[in-house]
Design a binder for this molecule. Structure first.
Ligand SMILES: [Zn+2]
Length: 517
């Protein structure tokens, strides 16, 4: 009798293990087997440049529970994945908002989310840069989207960058109803892919001869971002490229790069919004308004906001006050007024900088090196998330992740990308090896990226073609006691990183690619 019971229990356990293995095997399957980005375009000549812009919305459908007079229709955390509207009709799927805790369901829409594209062409090479108002867009999705872009567009390389907004739908899977349930709606992912394709097609159709005007404000926006982890290193320079139609003299659009988490609205906001980048884009495009009066003329065109090195951790934390430039009211607590004050200040700085460009180019050659990189998944929770399918991206080998790096040059401007949230000290220098760091190492990721980059104007694009989490200098890695900087616990960051080898692998690859450029 006992033997039979043991046999039954044994068989049961064996089948549970077997089922888990099958599920994990399915989740870990390579989504893009054999895919290897390996592009090297070295332009030896200078030719007339063309540019084209587009802006396509990627706003999810969210029932307007915010403005609904019937309070019963408002989502309350813990009430379930679906709900009926105020009239008892219809059941909607929740849109889980990414970026803070689990189970934050959208209750309405404040402003649209976008896929905005610039296509640049030197007569030989055509490059598309798409920026999404998204927490991140994983490399497998980037690869899928590329395959959907028609050949006739003549695009040699498409880069898909995310702003890392913390007030939009979960595209990584981490912020669902529970930590073990993906918060990503696959229908929405497919929708975003198709909208990216539309955005690229539209930008290509808008290609026109253009002059690129580069402008910078390296210090003006420093007070709008704080660093919540030592060392205090920022990437707070504003770098701008404005494209002007050579024939009409009109502004076609601009690319504005800065570095800060778009999370000024923080973790209690329930309305879909692109956060402060919304106000940056609005201000630059349509001008700066104080009440009903126009204070600064906008440039028109389509503005792309791109984030740089936002790890380590660049944020407009509730402890950082932001002043409305007109009323002088200072906002600390997260609110749309605060995000507007911040975005408007950045827009003013950008508009002022654009009045005096540091360089204008209407001809140049585009050079580009792009490579697939393989990164080990060392983080145990990420391993589990990959096995459970919470991260719905598969693997490219046993506990390995396929990601991507790109470097490119357009005349005097150079660009380096990171597939996640890179710590600014890797970019600008200042990596430390504080006592208590887990590997007792001196700084490894040196020289800093900007010192290795060619050209005069050096742009960093974070969250490019992927979101792998934090990219932390190994000599600052700190999960084990004794802790760094006299702390009595581990700092925030490592739990959202692939592991301590990530930064070194990316830095070494980037260095080699920059040497080729
Ligand atoms: Zn982040």
């Amino acid at each position: 009798m006992m033997q039979t019971i043991f046999k039954v229990i044994g068989l049961f356990l064996l089948s549970v293990v077997l089922i888990l293995v099958i599920i994990a095997g399915k989740n870990m399957k390579d989504r893009n087997p054999g895919y290897q980005a390996d592009i090297k375009i070295l332009s030896g000549k200078t030719a007339a440049l063309k540019a084209g812009f587009s802006a396509v919305t990627i706003t999810p459908e969210v029932p307007d529970r915010w403005n609904d007079s019937d309070a019963n229709s408002k989502y309350e955390p813990g009430k379930g994945d679906t709900f009926t509207d105020g009239n008892g009709n219809g059941i909607f799927d929740q849109v889980w908002i990414a970026g803070f805790g689990n189970s934050r369901a959208a209750n309405g829409i404040h402003d649209d989310l976008w896929a905005r594209t610039i296509v640049i062409d030197d007569g030989t090479t055509r490059l598309a840069i798409v920026v999404l108002d998204a927490i991140g867009f994983m490399n497998n999705n980037v690869i899928d989207t590329r395959s959907m872009i028609p050949q006739e567009t003549g695009i040699d390389y498409t880069m898909i960058v995310s702003t890392h907004v913390h007030e939009g739908p979960d595209l990584l899977g981490l912020w669902g109803k529970s930590p073990f349930k993906s918060g990503t709606d696959q229908d929405y992912v497919e929708f975003v892919k198709s909208r990216i394709v539309e955005s690229v097609l539209s930008a290509v159709s808008n290609l026109r001869p253009a002059t690129l005007e580069i402008s910078e404000d390296m210090t003006g926006a420093e007070h709008l971002v704080t660093d919540t982890r030592k060392p205090d290193v920022y990437d707070s320079g504003l770098r701008i490229i404005k494209a002007v139609d050579k024939v009409s003299g009109k502004t076609m659009g601009s690319l504005v790069s800065w570095a800060d988490h778009p999370e000024t609205l923080w973790g209690k906001n329930l309305l879909i919004t692109s956060d402060f980048p919304h106000y940056v884009r609005e201000g630059i495009e349509n001008g700066i308004w104080s009440g009903d009066s126009l204070v600064m003329q906008g440039t028109g065109g389509i503005v792309l906001y791109i984030n740089g090195a936002i790890g380590g951790l660049m944020t407009t934390h509730p402890s950082l006050g932001v002043k409305n430039p007109f009323t002088g009211i200072e906002y600390n607590e997260p609110s749309f007024e605060k995000a507007e004050a911040q975005g408007t200040q950045i827009a003013i700085l950008a508009l002022k900088a654009m009045e005096n460009p540091v360089e204008k180019i209407d001809s140049a050659g585009i050079s580009l090196v792009a490579r697939t990189v393989t990164l080990p998944i060392q983080n145990k929770l990420f391993r589990l998330g990959t096995m459970l399918g919470v991260f719905d991206r598969g693997t490219s080998g046993w506990m390995k992740m396929r990601s991507e790096l790109t470097v490119f040059r357009i005349g005097p401007a150079s660009f380096a990308t990171f597939p996640g949230e890179v710590y600014p000290e890797i970019i600008n220098g200042g990596i430390e090896a504080p006592g208590g760091n887990d590997f007792a190492l001196s700084p490894e990721e040196v020289p800093c990226v900007r010192d290795m980059m060619p050209g005069k104007y050096k742009f960093i694009f974070g969250l490019a073609n992927d979101e792998i989490g934090y990219i932390i200098p190994k000599s600052q890695w700190d999960v084990k006691a004794p802790f760094t900087y006299g702390r009595n616990d581990s700092p925030y960051g490592e739990e959202n990183s692939l592991g301590p080898e990530t930064a070194g692998i990316l830095h070494r690859n980037l260095r080699a690619m920059l040497e080729e450029l």
